[in-house]
Design a protein around this ligand. Structure first.
Ligand code: SF4
Length: 310
């Protein structure tokens, strides 16, 4: 039987928002036209080796249209299809704090000014925040849901070097400590499956993140995407990628070790088939989530089952 977020065996973001607002809250993705210091030469020109922004930019949003235009286009569909009344605007592609603070304030307030918008989710790099930007987010967080999602990808510096991330784990921890205790919700983004890590290394990241003051986590499998440096490497030196069953089991193990307080925003990636090289599973997100719940139920498993508070 298909599960609903309320019956999942982990703390799911959709249910978290529903509990907070008394009704479902829907995401409206926007592309505010930001770039990335890891691609424009400020940190590096190559970018992260797996990065192809087409794999995470929904076709409905485009950096050439204003933030307001994208929201005005996005909301009516959600209202019609789901009866949606409350929305979080998700600043997703590239690095969404990579601009002067006055520009950020204009864009964020523009988004928050739309009827029904209760907050923002802002994806960024940990080396692209400073005290001034965090103070802006703190001010906005007094009246709105403000979630900053820091791309981390791995807690291991050898992996961060391998993927040309352009920052180390200590940088993430500095950003986290700058953001914590300011009324801003803080999340991290991790990828499982880098060839620099064993399965035990990957699972140990659940213990490590559970010790940090993060409230939210996005997790997904490594995907080799066309036209990336990782795709070149995969062609010249093929490496292990998860089978569907292996990834399901790894996520279940990871969730058992993760603090039950951390809200899961994502557990699965689904790049378009025309750019995905590996692993190819032909599964949808909802199929994955249902299979994960079935597996966890069969194992008597739940988020935090093996979590050891420090
Ligand atoms: S930080 Fe994000 S946008 Fe920039 S290169 Fe890495 S994955 Fe791509």
């Amino acid at each position: 039987m298909p599960r609903t977020p309320a019956t999942r065996r982990y703390h799911a973001f959709g249910q978290y928002l529903k509990d907070l607002y008394g009704q479902p809250v829907y995401k409206v993705n926007v592309d505010a036209g930001f770039t990335c210091p890891n691609r424009d030469g400020t940190v590096s020109v190559g970018g992260c080796i797996y990065c192809n922004n087409d794999s995470f930019r929904p076709s409905a949003c485009s950096g050439s249209e204003s933030v307001s235009g994208q929201i005005v286009n996005g909301i009516p569909y959600l209202r019609r299809r789901y009866g949606a009344e409350k929305f979080i605007v998700y600043f997703q592609p590239f690095t969404n704090t990579y601009a002067p603070v006055a520009t950020l304030e204009r864009l964020y307030r523009e988004a928050l000014g739309h009827p029904g918008v209760v907050g923002l989710a802002i994806g960024t790099r940990p080396d692209c925040v400073d005290e001034e930007k965090i103070s802006l987010l703190q001010a906005l967080a007094k009246d709105h849901f403000i979630l900053v999602e820091y791309g981390l990808q791995s807690v291991y510096d050898r992996t961060l070097q391998f993927i040309n991330r352009g920052h180390d784990y200590a940088c993430f921890k500095r950003a986290l400590s700058m953001t914590t205790g300011r009324g801003i919700r803080v999340g991290a983004h991790l990828i499982l499956g880098f060839p620099t890590e064993s399965r035990d290394d990957m699972l140990a990241m659940a213990d490590e993140l559970s010790r940090l003051p993060i409230g939210f986590l996005k997790l997904h499998q490594l995907q080799v995407i066309r036209d990336t440096a990782l795709a070149d490497r995969y062609a010249s030196h093929p490496f292990f990628t998860f089978s569907y069953e292996e990834y399901l089991g790894t996520v279940a193990d990871f969730l058992e070790r993760l603090s039950p307080d951390i809200v899961l925003q994502r557990l699965f990636a689904a790049a378009p088939g025309d750019i995905l090289i590996a692993p190819v599973w032909n599964r949808t997100r909802s199929e994955f989530l249902n299979d994960l719940d079935a597996l966890m139920e069969k194992r008597g498993s739940f988020q935090g089952k093996k979590y050891i508070p420090s």
